[in-house]
Write a protein that binds this ligand. Sequence first.
Ligand code: DCP
Ligand code: MG
Length: 490
Amino acid sequence: MSKIFNGSKFLFIPNSTSKLTIIRKKLAQSHGAVIIDRLLPNCYVLIDTKLYSKDSQIVKKIVELGGDKPDVKYLNQGWLVDSTQKLQKLDDLNYKINVTVPRLSSPSIRNSSPETKRQKYVKPLTRSEIIESNLNRSIIGSSNNPNSYTIEILSQMAEQRDIQGDNPFKSRAYKIAIDSLQKTPKYIDTYDKAIKIPGIGQSIAEKIEEICTTSNLRLLNQLQKSEKNQLMQLFKGIYSVGNTFAQKWIDEGMKSLEDISQRKDLSSLQKLGLKYYQEWNERISRKEATLHREYIMEVMLAIDPDVEFTIGGSYRRGSETSGDIDFIITKEDTGLIELKFIVNKLLENLKITGYHKCSLTTLSNKWLGGGALTPEYNSKLKGDIKTDEWGKCRRIDFLLVPWDQKGASFIYFTGNNDFNKKIRLKASKRGMILNDAGLFQKQDIKNDKGEIVDSKLILLESHDEKKIFEILDVKWREPNQRNIGSNFIL
Ligand code: DCP
Ligand code: MG
């Protein structure tokens, strides 16, 4: 498991010994968090908003636990659960709880003068003062499904069943059980409760009890540690390699990347995936991604200064690191054909500057490949920019977007995947279709007898991102508020 919370300090509210709190603490620890019992500077306070739904309760508890400290984040526990599901420390904006808490200093400051003591000691507030001081708490969004931890473990089991490839029905059974649990508002922690839920059979009900009583699942641990799983993960790290190839190679006795590199039957994409294995499996810092944009825009200036380059994906959502750099390329009043012409020219010039390292896929509306900031260009262009990342090949996407489809494409290429799924679902519930080309109304075509014989799509909006939200009756969310988990309700 990756250590996404590496060293972060977590304080739980309630800080009780309830099963759920223990499970969540263990979950946090297993991802590298340090559990604390008093508020400390720079810590995360993770609040169960089901139990602590009132501002006054939260503020009282925080005061009891030492009062506010500098740089403390107050978050709904959904953030922990969703982050562990995604194996990524999610942006916390959607989970923030805005509480105003009085900052108390310790009354017993040794070796300090009486004046200093007086200055630093703040009288603890009375209950009514606490309630009064508590302003404007708002939960922007949360996804506090009581069974999230169980769901996460069962999802990992489903994945393991797919990987082991022994019996497709086993993986399906987990997926059905997960679906049922997602619809269950109650915390299911025993065999008896679980077996009553349609879609959950005996074996999975037993596992649910094991997860809830031990916060662990022995079978999952065994499967994850298995050599087969380790090799599957290793091979799937090669660009373009999925379960099928990884499985085939394992069946043929491959044990390492070295073994794979000896094969004579590798596709050109697999060869590139091996060549850049390390660089393409590293996250790219925000600073480096920004430099890539500046670099490309500089090269673009000589071709067409009016082309817009926006980095979409996780970068647009404000993430500190990204898996690849998704450039959304568009230009006022310009269609795909002209954009394609411009981007081809850009690629030629990027080859000349040494940035272009390889092409993976070229289609009419996209180019996927590898690009690196060249050290020579650094000295010529900016000279003084210090980064260790000059010269590393990164996964770059150029996504060509006709001006009239800008809004729909921005929604699509900003994500995250769960946000896209939820907003598309919202559209389909209204008889509409949302894709990267636009938001469309589905309209039935009927014959003389009133029977539906066909249907057509009427474009409602495609250029304006905000208007698409408006038509769908979805409150506007800035990109950094779109880092949601699968349990989030839009
Ligand atoms: N996207 C999607 N469905 C997919 C793949 C992508 O909706 N199956 C959209 C949402 C993504 C965006 O495209 O946010 C970019 O895809 P990436 O795979 O690059 O994902 P991110 O940029 O979000 O994450 P990363 O930092 O790993 O690149
Ligand atoms: Mg991306």
